[in-house]
Design a protein around this ligand. Structure first.
Ligand SMILES: Cc1cc2nc3c(=O)[nH]c(=O)nc-3n(C[C@H](O)[C@H](O)[C@H](O)COP(=O)(O)OP(=O)(O)OC[C@H]3O[C@@H](n4cnc5c(N)ncnc54)[C@H](O)[C@@H]3O)c2cc1C
Length: 461
């Protein structure tokens, strides 16, 4: 790698759009997690696909790492730069290029955030459902194959993708698909890039599915005497085919954290937050079917709201949980991790994990997009206490191993980044070899986000 020559060529091509300032490099060398900052050598604030392609070509010529960057809200050290290199920040590529109301699809640049897209769509009676807790970019969401509270009804980022414009590792600009709802034309490149965490190319534009706003929407809360009762209610709801749009479980400590942080007064017990979408008649029927089912399983104080501001308030509190947990012990190392298991094993996996947390010196909250069998723990440990840090790692190992042994995955939505590389082998076995071959074929000199996702491919380009 010849960094000096690369920086000199990049400066000549991009002028002031290329930043060498240490504050900018530092900000781009970390995500929202506690992974250590590792700064890139330079940051390009890209404005067009052609600029991205030129930057990748220059980097390829000098074997300089390239790290795509959206909003930097990922949680596994995804955007750190262990080998330095060029971070390409796409947040200025933030235009909604087309809204095709008749086809229920949109064309956007990769730097558009999910909330900006929804603001743009609101007047048209449309919405985009994938809602990670942070206001991240759609490019970053392709990068991590993100999901959120609505995935149980609308699917994850994967299900919304129709086509991607990608700058490949050699600087070529390709389109992976088209606007057709389905296609049997060859390998599914669109979904190969989804979840590739910037290790195969840079997404610059995309066509996405959007949805008509439902006629009626009702959101509610329901408290349970224990975690088992709550997970049983979730499993029964899903197995009965009740079409919940969202169903989120907060454990007792999570509710306490949210109450303190957001000044709320929810009963401090395992609690489901949920929402139904549809025609007025259907939603009323679903709310009443759920209420009956939940009561039979020990649910109490079931309350549903219909006013948008009440609904927003409820979900805002849920989305603040990461920050609410962090506020429980300022200065502590925070680790947020997620696993996903088949729905029938959700109760076992959550119960055993909560028990394990209670037995360890680690304080943490537990929350889940439970309709998908996906749950998170947000764990706090004193970075100056070696014993606590070791207990944190052990707890994490056991949580992931438990999920994999139950037929699940080491991550339902946060992705691999740096933090989960060691679990990919455990989960994928020999299939990991094929992943390495795909990486080698698409990025032969290994410049795209090196040192992430694939264990054993961590060398400097
Ligand atoms: C409070 C909080 C709550 C969260 N809740 C959720 C949740 O509910 N569900 C969930 O899935 N995630 C959640 N996340 C994680 C995070 O928001 C998602 O991973 C999100 O998809 C990251 O998007 P970003 O724009 O911040 O991407 P970044 O963090 O900037 O990048 C993420 C990865 O994608 C790559 N990348 C970025 N842009 C591109 C591009 N244009 N082309 C190719 N690769 C690219 C990067 O190299 C990196 O590997 C949460 C995070 C926080 C802080």
């Amino acid at each position: 790698m010849n960094k000096d020559l690369a920086i000199s060529d990049l400066t000549a091509r991009f002028g002031a759009k290329l930043s060498l300032a240490s504050a900018d490099r530092e900000q781009h060398g970390a995500d929202e997690s506690s992974h250590a900052v590792m700064m890139p050598d330079a940051v390009l604030h890209a404005g067009t696909t052609e600029e991205v392609a030129d930057a990748v070509r220059i980097c390829a010529r000098h074997r300089m790492p390239v790290i795509p960057f959206g909003a930097g809200t990922s949680l596994e050290g995804h955007v750190t730069a262990p080998h330095g290199g060029l971070t390409i920040d796409l947040s200025l590529m933030n235009r909604v290029l087309a809204v095709n109301e008749a086809d229920l699809d949109v064309r956007v640049q990769a730097g558009v955030t999910r909330q900006a897209l929804n603001t743009h769509l609101r007047d048209k009676g449309l919405f985009f459902p994938v809602d990670p807790g942070a206001d991240c970019t759609l490019g970053g969401m392709v990068g991590t194959r993100a999901s959120g509270t609505n995935a149980v009804r609308y699917g994850t980022m994967r299900e919304q993708l129709l086509s991607l414009q990608v700058v490949t590792a050699t600087g070529e600009i390709i389109e992976t698909g088209n606007r057709a709802r389905k296609s049997a034309a060859g390998y599914d490149l669109t979904h190969l890039f989804a979840g590739s965490e910037g290790t195969l190319g840079v997404v610059t534009e995309m066509s996405l599915r959007v949805y008509g706003r439902p006629e009626k929407l009702m959101a509610g809360v329901c408290h349970f005497p224990n975690l088992d009762a709550a997970t049983s209610a979730v499993i029964a709801t899903i197995q009965m085919g009740l079409p919940v749009a969202r169903i989120e479980l907060l454990d007792e400590l999570s509710v306490k954290a949210v109450n303190t942080y957001s000044g709320l007064e929810h009963k401090e017990a395992p609690t489901l937050f949920l929402e139904f979408h549809g025609s007025a008649a259907a939603v009323d029927a679903e709310v009443s079917a759920f209420s009956e089912l939940a009561s039979e399983m020990g649910g109490s104080d079931i309350e549903f709201a219909e006013r948008q501001e009440d609904i927003n308030k409820l979900w805002h509190a849920r989305h603040q949980l990461y920050y609410a947990t962090r506020a429980m012990a300022p200065g502590k190392h925070i680790m947020t991790t997620d696993v996903c298991v088949p729905i029938s094993r959700l109760g076992d996996c959550m119960r055993e994990t909560r028990f394990d947390m209670d037995e360890s010196p680690i304080v943490g909250t537990m929350v889940g997009h439970v309709g998908d069998g996906n749950f998170h723990t947000i764990l706090l440990a004193d970075p100056n206490n070696l014993g606590e840090m070791r207990a944190l790692d052990d707890l994490h190992d056991r949580m992931v191993t438990r999920a994999i042994e139950m037929g699940g995955t080491c991550t339902g939505e946060h992705g691999i980044g740096l933090g989960k590389m060691k679990y990919l082998e455990q989960e994928k076995g020999p299939a990991l070899h094929l992943m390495r071959q795909i990486k080698a074929a698409l990025d032969p000199i290994g410049i795209m986000n090196p040192g992430k996702l694939l264990p054993g491919m961590d060398s400097e380009p």
